[in-house]
Design a protein around this ligand. Structure first.
Ligand code: ATP
Length: 373
């Protein structure tokens, strides 16, 4: 046996390829993970989580309001939205910590209503990690196996193996208070994964980490998910995180799903002003300006990086300010009172503040939206 892939988390193979994750020889049943020998596309993708017209109201507050979502098996699915938009409540509905006020939820084809959390094949990694401070790392990770009556030597071995997978070998004796934030996050992940859940729910799991560590953990989480093929449902208010990690993203606002799609769809083809604004920093053009440019009286979005300075006739604008950001320079532009942002390569010839410029963009980059909301 030898390490085969070093994609952040160390995985092992025994003797054959392809094999995403086999158990270590002595681990026993406790760590017989999702070892798929076939590429997932060869499987017929099953629906892991289904929301049909699900609402969860708390008195007058419509925390979740008529939500339809279908999450595929093995998918990395992000729920993205501002604070209070209903993401965590959706996660809690999947976990079974909340029950819907109306609507229907299925997990792998089975009705979830009335099924207690411990009977769902679902585990949660909480933002505050929720580790037991009085237990050492090994016992924190092995805790669920202990509750299930797994023998001590077997559960300890399983916990050690999974700690190795999350790159914390040899940390079993430490208390959570003796770990860094990133290490605690890994312990929380190990503790959730030891249950071999079919769905892993992650509630802003990287929120407490500094930027560099967060970026590192984003890659590691993504790699781990690819290997394990567990369905990940990931809640975040950070659009960069959602776009870079997820296979598909649901954008939430006021308890409703505004749009579901691949990161590219959401970014390039926002269906509403809210999505255009929230995902990235799009310029939102009002109908009168759009009518002048393309002849239709509708709202449109235009990404800052799509704008170019034209040498010939384009749309006339005034440069309001110019900010150097390193590789790119941000120009704030004014078209008849409408402020636009453009991001241009810093090594290009750039206009100065006060200059009048002609703007251009590729026709497809001006995305006319159906929904003005
Ligand atoms: P955040 O990113 O801040 O965690 P969120 O998008 O996850 O926000 P939720 O936690 O799902 O949002 O909350 C949605 C709305 O429901 C909020 O207005 C919140 O105050 C309300 N809410 C959530 N749980 C309860 C509760 N148990 N009782 C009353 N209101 C609640």
């Amino acid at each position: 046996m030898r390490p085969v892939l070093s994609l952040g988390f160390r995985l092992y193979w025994c003797d054959r390829w392809p094999l995403s994750l086999r158990r270590l020889p002595s681990v026993g049943q406790a760590l017989t993970f999702v070892a798929s020998e076939r590429h997932p596309s060869e499987h017929t993708m099953q629906t892991a989580v289904l929301f049909s017209n699900v609402s969860r109201h708390f008195g007058e507050v419509k925390a979740v309001d008529a939500v339809d979502i279908e999450i595929g098996e093995g998918e990395f699915f992000a729920m993205l939205g501002p604070s209070g938009s209903g993401k965590t409540t959706c996660l809690r509905l999947i976990a079974g910590f909340e029950q819907p006020t109306s609507g229907h939820i299925e997990i792998f084809g089975e009705t979830a209503e009335g099924v207690p959390p411990y009977r769902r094949n679902v585990n949660t990694v909480f933002q505050d990690y929720a580790l037991f401070p009085h237990l050492n790392v090994l016992n924190n990770v092995a805790y669920a196996l202990m509750l299930r009556g797994v023998a001590k030597n077997e559960r300890n071995k399983a916990a050690e193996d999974i700690l190795e997978m999350v790159r914390l070998p040899g940390y079993g004796d430490r208390r959570p208070s003796q770990l860094s934030g990133g290490q605690r996050q890994r312990v929380a992940l190990a503790r959730a994964l030891i249950n071999k859940p079919k769905v892993l729910l992650l509630d802003e799991p990287l929120g407490a980490l500094d930027l560099k560590l967060r970026e590192q953990m984003q890659e590691e989480l993504k790699d781990l998910q690819k290997q394990l093929r567990i369905t990940f449902v990931f809640v975040t208010h950070d659009q960069g995180e959602a776009l870079s990690m997820a296979d598909r993203v649901a954008v939430f606002n006021d308890g409703r799903v505004m749009q579901v799609g691949t990161p590219e769809d959401i970014y390039r083809q926002p269906r509403s002003r809210f999505v255009a604004d929230f995902v990235g920093s799009s310029n939102v053009l009002p109908p009168d300006i759009v009518k002048r440019i393309v002849g239709v009286e509708k709202w449109a979005s235009l990404r800052p990086e799509a704008i170019r300075i034209a040498s010939e006739k384009g749309t006339q604008a005034q440069v309001v300010s110019r900010n150097f950001l390193g590789g790119t320079t941000r120009l704030t532009l004014d078209i008849d009172g409408l402020r636009l942002t453009a991001l241009l390569p810093s090594d290009a010839a750039l206009p100065d503040e006060g200059d009048t410029v002609q703007l251009t963009w590729h026709r497809d980059d001006l995305h006319v939206m159906e929904d003005g909301a």
